[in-house]
Design a protein around this ligand. Structure first.
Ligand SMILES: NC(=O)c1ccc[n+]([C@@H]2O[C@H](COP(=O)([O-])OP(=O)(O)OC[C@H]3O[C@@H](n4cnc5c(N)ncnc54)[C@H](OP(=O)(O)O)[C@@H]3O)[C@@H](O)[C@H]2O)c1
Length: 308
């Protein structure tokens, strides 16, 4: 079994070592030193150049190093083989940490204290208790449901919007477009953890922001293309929205000239909300390689029609 490893951002040698520790005979070829493309059975990838995967005529599966596979399914030349997305405890834990941190920052109104510190002001402010703060999560999948559980444990009121109904302890489920209005009206801090699909592209726009209560905050940790940046800036500048934490952007790296960099109500991080480490993520990848070898369906297989 020969595996192509292709990622500009992941530690290739570490991945090879972790995979071979689990599967000693595995032939791992690190792009671009691939040898004969016809020998490649499986591709383990993050952001391959468009058209690249079409070069491997005997490819049997594509395993994504990321949870979101929007970049892959957008490739018109992608071979018609099963795709699995990344599901991994380290990815889930780091996303949960990030969401907790960002929600707590907005909840405890740290922007105000940082402004006061810069002005050398001793400014008292006592935000509502967590039980009186409503956090709405768009997307209650692997990552959204873990973040929801952590927020429930902190005592927040937690709501979740998803395509299908969910039963999660302490989380109010709002399924489908028909429930979006009610969900938004009851959300003080909005967290986007949706996959990027034809249904969700540009979803964080002026119409959505207008439905949120005055002073609400927005956290986007999903994909930059979910957000209409101009609409966000307008809603922040008008005073309707209280703040935003953004980890992902339409253009990455965020261009030097973007007004988001120094907007007083915006916190920017460089697409680091969550990350997986090979020492844990290799378990799931090895399990899927064995499944390909046995002719079994992949774990966490992407539904190409649904887009995630
Ligand atoms: N910033 C980062 O570092 C980073 C890292 C990892 C992932 N991400 C992003 O996070 C996303 C979510 O990852 P995940 O593993 O949690 O995905 P997932 O397990 O596939 O969950 C997706 C969730 O979104 C819901 N959903 C999809 N389309 C919808 C629609 N049209 N309307 C309402 N709900 C919809 C799904 O509803 P159903 O359950 O009802 O189908 C599901 O609850 C990824 O796709 C990626 O874009 C970002």
């Amino acid at each position: 079994m020969a595996l192509l490893f292709l990622s500009p951002d992941d530690p290739a040698d570490l991945w090879r070592a972790e995979l071979q520790a689990r599967m000693p005979g595995l032939d791992v070829r690190i792009w671009p030193q691939v040898g004969d493309p016809a020998e490649i059975d499986i591709a383990l990838v993050w952001r391959p150049p468009p058209g690249e995967l079409a070069r491997y005529p005997n490819l049997r599966a594509i395993l994504s190093l990321a949870a979101g596979t929007d970049g892959l399914v957008a490739d018109p030349d992608l071979p018609d083989v099963p795709i699995a997305r990344m599901v991994d405890p380290s990815l889930t834990r780091t996303m949960t940490e990030y969401v907790l941190l960002a929600v707590l920052r907005h909840h405890r109104e740290f922007d105000c204290f940082e402004r006061a510190q810069r002005a050398r002001e001793w400014a008292y402010a006592f935000p509502p208790q967590a039980a009186d703060r409503r956090v709405g999560i768009m997307g209650l999948g692997e990552l959204g449901s873990a973040a929801a559980r952590a927020l429930v444990a902190q005592g927040f009121q937690v709501l979740g919007w998803s395509r299908t109904p969910k039963m999660l302890d302490g989380v109010l489920s709002y399924p489908g477009r028909s429930e979006l209005h009610a969900f938004l009206h009851r959300t003080d801090i909005l967290v986007c953890l949706l996959p990027l699909t034809a249904d969700t592209v540009g979803i964080l726009d002026a119409a959505i922001f207008a439905e949120l209560p005055h002073g609400a905050c927005v956290i986007n940790v999903a994909r930059g293309q979910h957000l209409v940046e101009g609409d966000l800036l307008q809603a922040l500048d008008s005073g309707h929205l209280g703040g935003a934490t953004l980890d992902v952007f339409r253009e990455e790296p965020l261009p030097q000239g973007s007004p988001l960099w120094d907007h007083p109500k915006v916190r920017v991080t460089p697409h680091v909300a969550s990350y997986s480490v090979p020492s844990t993520a290799a378990d799931g990848v090895a399990a899927n390689i064995r499944r390909v070898s046995a002719g079994e369906p992949l774990l966490h297989q992407v539904d190409r029609v649904r887009g995630y």
